[in-house]
Each structure stands twice: as structure tokens, then as C-alpha cells.
Write a protein that binds this ligand. Structure first.
Ligand code: EPS
Length: 354
């Protein structure tokens, strides 16, 4: 029994730990005939990488990805595409003091109780390092979606801690360390993050993601709904705590007369549904928000237990993200792209429509 894969016709399997020799993925079911280069994948990987600003972890991984199968003379062959990245800057000794202890709020507590093994080096599979391969696979899916459907999955920072981003100008979001789509709030974010880092604490974030040019008809009732698969993909990202589709939890206080998206001359007048009705894409933009929790690896002392059941005070050293949500922007784009591509292939199988 293994659950390191997702997707039905486009199947992604990831492997590797944060401090192991390498991480990798296998992309099975990717159609033949698409040109792809290492540089194209690397461009996406760099967007997610640590160490690009003082506001993220200072671990410096080169993320030099190798394509080891499924691509011949720069073109996908229809065979499984395997990608590998060496870990070159892991510092396992940072974790030696907590090798028998559990960080409150961290997966190391549940991994130990489930598997009885404490791989204390970094977060192992629960580390943000695992998301590297999602972005590598996502680079191929994004390219395929753009080529064949002009579909674009784009994410941005919607909220960081108490700072709500109040204007969205997507042209701006790649020009700052926060993927913030409002240039007038960058200074506020810088100050917020500097104070946070100084205090030794961490904070959560809300990442918005949209997909444009999604055709009507993706998603299979009732156990293969598009929104269910998107929610599952987003929840599988380490540190996700919530997913909203369209109006999400705001739907609770909306009246039906407000929530329903009226249609005039074939055009929807609003998009509270987030582009999905009955689990099937409506042809509107797919709109999703993902909540990321504050990182639990803190230098601030916390009460916890060790694996022998003793009360301990945990202090985590090492290089950590004060807000891991910032780097989640390319990750949620990739997960949305991978789910959409899988569903396009599924729609073709079920309804004969590409
Ligand atoms: C992470 C802690 C740091 C980060 C890591 C995520 O790594 P580690 O403690 O395992 O050396 O740098 O992120 C990455 C290395 C990456 O590529 O995303 C954590 O606590 O989740």
C-alpha cells in the first residue's frame, strides 16, 4: 500500500526526503510529442526555491533537475518521465538536538506514532522540500495546457498574517519576493516579515490561484468531481490547512439570490461557484484559495514530549521559512495544472473530447 502518487490518467509519483541524497518524480501518462527542456523546468523551480530573499529559508539548493527518461531529443515520448534532483545543501546536524523530540504543530509527532521511525533530519517527506518535484512535474503540465488550450494557472499572495492584499495586478506579482500583486503593499510586507523574523515566530498565508480558459465539462460525477480533486491536491501540500473553491466559506452567509451566478446572453454575471458546478467545470475561470499554516520549526522554546514520553522544551535550530506560504505560489499553480491536465485526459477518455 502506497500513497505517494496522485492523478488517474496523468499519474505523478514523488519520492525522496529533505536530507536524503536526492528527490525525484515519475510522470506517467504524459502524452508524446511535446518539446521540453531542462531550462524550462528550472525556470519554474527557481520561482519556488529557498534562499532568494531574506524572507525565506536560507538553505541554498541548486535544484539542477535531470531528465532521466521519457524525453528523447527534447521531445516527450509517451513513456514515463523521470526527473531527479540532488540535495546538495542539507545540514542534518541542525536537527541533532531534537532527534528524539517532537515539534508541536509538526508532522514529526504523527509520523513517529504511525511508523515508529524518527528520521529527524529535516522534515523528511513532510518537508517543503518534497514540493520541489510537484513544481517540476507542474512545469510540463503548464506548458501542455498552454499549448493545447491556452489554459494558464496563476497564483498570488492574497494574505500574509494580518496583511490582506487589497488590489490584484497580476503583472506585478513576479517582481517582488512575496508574489504580491499589489506594489503599494510591498513595504508593509517587508516590515511585517522583518519584525516576525526578529521575534523568532512564523505566520500563515492565503494563496489565491486561478485557471483561465478552462473548457466546460471537466470533472466526473460523483466521486471524480473536479473540485474534489483540486481540494485533495491542495490539501496534499505540506502545511495546507484549508481550501476554498469560489466563494468558499463565504457561501455560508450568502443568500441564494446572491450566490447564484446569473447568465445573460450566454455570459455568467459573477463567479461565486469558482468555475465549477456539480463538480464539472462551467467554462468560467476556476478560482481557488489555499490556507497555509505557520511553520512549526521555531527557535522560540515550546513545551512538548520526546519519544520516550518525557516532558521537554523544544527549540528548533536550522534554516526555516517564517512564512512557508510565500513559496507555495508556484506549488499551488502546479497542483492546479496537474489536476486540470489529468481531467482533460479523463474527459477525452469518457466523452471523446479533447
Ligand atoms: C523546511 C526546512 C528547511 C527548508 C526546507 C523546508 O529545510 P531542512 O530543514 O530540511 O534543511 O529549507 O525547504 C527546502 C529545502 C525546499 O527546497 O523547499 C521545513 O521545515 O519544511
Amino acid at each position: 500500500m502506497s500513497f505517494n502518487s496522485f492523478g488517474k490518467l496523468l499519474k505523478i509519483t514523488t519520492f525522496g526526503e529533505s536530507h536524503g541524497p536526492m528527490i525525484g518524480c515519475v510522470i506517467d501518462g504524459f502524452p508524446a510529442g511535446m518539446e521540453i527542456t531542462v531550462e524550462e523546468i528550472k525556470t519554474e523551480l527557481l520561482r519556488r526555491a529557498t534562499g532568494k530573499s531574506r524572507h525565506t529559508s536560507q538553505r541554498k539548493e541548486k535544484d539542477d533537475v535531470k531528465i532521466v527518461s521519457g524525453v528523447f531529443e527534447g521531445v516527450t515520448t509517451g513513456m514515463p518521465i523521470a526527473l531527479l534532483i540532488e540535495n546538495t545543501d542539507a545540514r542534518s546536524k541542525d536537527y541533532s538536538e531534537i532527534k528524539d523530540q517532537f515539534r508541536p504543530g509538526h508532522a514529526d509527532y504523527t509520523y513517529w506514532h504511525k511508523f515508529g521511525i524518527r528520521d529527524y533530519r529535516g522534515g523528511g517527506r513532510s518537508s517543503a522540500r518534497e514540493t520541489t518535484m510537484r513544481v517540476a512535474a507542474g512545469a510540463l503540465a503548464k506548458k501542455w495546457l498552454k499549448l493545447h488550450f491556452n489554459i494558464e494557472a496563476t497564483a498570488w499572495l492574497a494574505q500574509l498574517g494580518s496583511v490582506v492584499i487589497d488590489k490584484v495586478d497580476l503583472k506585478e506579482k513576479e517582481n517582488n519576493p512575496f508574489f504580491c500583486p499589489n506594489t503599494t503593499q510591498i513595504q508593509e510586507l517587508e516590515a511585517y516579515m522583518d519584525a516576525l523574523r526578529k521575534s523568532g515566530d512564523s505566520v500563515g498565508a492565503n494563496i489565491a490561484v486561478q485557471a483561465i480558459n478552462v473548457p466546460v465539462g471537466l470533472g466526473e460525477p460523483v466521486y471524480g468531481k473536479l473540485d474534489a480533486d483540486i481540494a485533495s491536491a491542495m490539501m496534499s501540500i505540506n502545511a495546507t490547512k484549508g481550501v476554498e473553491i469560489g466563494a468558499g466559506f463565504e457561501s455560508v452567509s450568502q443568500n441564494g439570490s446572491v450566490h447564484r451566478d446569473e447568465i445573460v446572453d450566454g455570459k455568467f454575471q459573477s463567479n461565486h461557484a469558482g468555475g465549477i458546478l456539480g463538480g464539472i467545470s462551467s467554462g468560467q475561470d476556476v478560482l481557488v484559495n489555499v490556507a497555509f499554516k505557520p511553520t512549526s520549526s521555531l527557535r522560540l522554546p515550546a513545551k512538548s514530549v520526546d519519544k520516550f514520553g518525557n516532558n521537554v522544551t523544544v527549540v528548533t535550530k536550522g534554516r526555516h521559512d517564517p512564512c512557508v506560504g510565500i513559496r507555495a505560489v508556484p506549488i499551488v499553480e502546479s497542483m492546479l495544472a496537474l489536476v486540470l491536465m489529468d481531467h482533460i485526459l479523463r474527459n477525452n477518455a469518457l466523452c471523446g473530447k479533447y
